[in-house]
Design a protein around this ligand. Structure first.
Ligand code: ATP
Ligand code: MG
Length: 399
């Protein structure tokens, strides 16, 4: 089928009143960015409360367009539409019959026709139009089992008369959520693991723009480990849009903690410094919160007590969208969004370099603060240098 247009449907809940045009404009912008990734030329337009994509060029790749539209948050359904010209109602009936024949292999189904006329000079009104087309479809396919069901049809055939006439009956599910750019920005603590890319995806799905911070510890962690995080950022960027990745050299901070603090508290104190540094960068870049991939009880540093002690150093809210997820639930999402294969590549993370055999699982904030206090001046100075020497990498969506 030669689809030359797409109708983009979005869930309207929460987009009433003044918010509606902000939502729609953000969605149009994100659709354009997604289509920029596709071969061919397209026009995206708003028309009477709906969003249309027209294919302008002769050549384009249908599957590629669907793949990229399915990554645009805010889209609930994508309907590929057959576009025909007005050559009289009899011709239109023929077109719909031909369309149905090609679009639905199985004719042993129930259906209903719904028509809409935005061009009021079309000579047939919506109701008789639907009845006439329904009759034509029955004449053609009743012998194959096609039946009308006006209440609960398996297939809804829609015909819209505008400047062109559109015929459609397939709805392809979009990702849902809210368009990027409708909810402010947040800073993702992005490691090379499975959880944090998923956490970033989930928050982006609510319309939040993402920046990211990665702590690397050369020479203990390799260039390849860093490249893996860049690759993950590019994969998340397919959904979230371009991500600015702040790469912070964490080696000296880690070494100072290793030398100056009890080893069973290493991870907690190290994580407190990660949060502090990420927050500092977040505040400078107008982020309204931090995002981590923590999940209760997954490891020693993610017990509720540990998260309380790491979270207390921040004034910004810390969003932990996978906090109540089992590992398998997180893995399922990472497979679905395409980050899993990169996440499981075997490169070292700075968290795994300096680990104690028996890390505390129930840290006490007062004791941690006391130990940290002894080397705080030195750590703060090293943290400041680390922030000043950050490297910023713009990660555009991977193909
Ligand atoms: P992930 O799969 O996201 O790496 P994890 O299960 O390995 O998570 P931890 O290593 O304890 O868990 O990290 C918890 C969270 O802290 C991560 O989800 C991430 O948000 C952040 N984090 C950990 N290491 C780094 C790092 N090197 N750079 C930036 N953030 C990090
Ligand atoms: Mg990790």
């Amino acid at each position: 089928m030669d689809y030359r247009a797409f109708l983009v449907k979005y869930a309207e809940i929460g987009v009433k009143g003044n918010n509606r045009y902000i939502f729609e404009n953000a969605l149009v912008k994100q659709i354009r960015l997604a289509l920029d990734k596709c071969e061919g030329e397209f026009n995206v337009r708003k028309e009477s409360g709906r969003i249309f994509v027209d294919v302008l060029s002769d050549n384009y790749d249908y599957d590629e367009v669907i793949t990229w539209l399915q990554r645009v948050f805010g889209i609930s359904y994508i309907c590929p539409m057959l576009q025909v010209e007005d050559e009289g109602f009899d011709k239109l009936k023929e077109e719909v019959v031909k369309y149905f024949g090609e679009a639905h292999e199985d004719k042993n189904v129930t259906f209903k026709v719904r028509c809409r006329r935005t061009r009021k000079d079309y000579p047939v009104e919506s109701m008789p139009m639907a009845a006439g087309i329904g009759e034509a479809l029955l004449m053609a396919y009743e012998k194959d089992g096609l039946k009308v069901d006006v209440h609960n049809p398996e297939i809804l055939v829609e015909v819209e008369v505008r400047n062109h006439i559109y015929i459609y009956s397939h709805s392809i599910k979009g990702p849902g959520g809210m368009p990027i750019g409708t909810a402010g920005k947040a800073m993702l603590l992005l490691s090379g693991g499975i959880d944090s890319p998923v956490a970033g995806y989930m928050i982006a799905k609510r319309g939040v723009e993402i920046e990211a911070t990665y702590f690397h510890a050369p020479p203990y962690t390799s260039e390849r480990a860093k490249q893996k995080v860049v690759d993950l950022a590019k994969e998340v960027a397919r959904y979230a849009g371009p991500i600015k990745l702040h790469v912070v050299n964490f080696t000296d901070v880690q070494l100072a903690i290793y030398e100056g603090c009890p080893h069973d508290e290493l991870t907690i104190i190290m994580r407190r410094y990660m949060m502090r540094i990420a927050e500092e960068i977040a505040l400078k870049t107008d982020c309204l919160g931090l995002i981590t991939g923590e999940s209760i009880g997954q490891v020693a540093s993610q017990t509720m007590k540990s998260m309380m002690v790491t979270g207390e150093v921040c004034t910004l809210p810390v969003y932990r969208p996978v906090v109540g997820f089992d590992k398998q639930d997180i893995v399922d999402i990472s497979e679905k969004i395409g980050t899993f294969e990169t996440s499981i590549l075997p490169f070292e993370d700075c968290c795994t370099i300096f680990v104690a055999k028996h890390p505390v699982t129930k840290p006490r904030a007062d004791i941690i603060r006391k130990h940290e206090e002894k080397i705080k001046d030195k750590l703060d100075e090293l943290a400041r240098i680390a922030v000043e020497s950050e490297e910023v990498i713009l990660c555009e969506a991977a193909d």
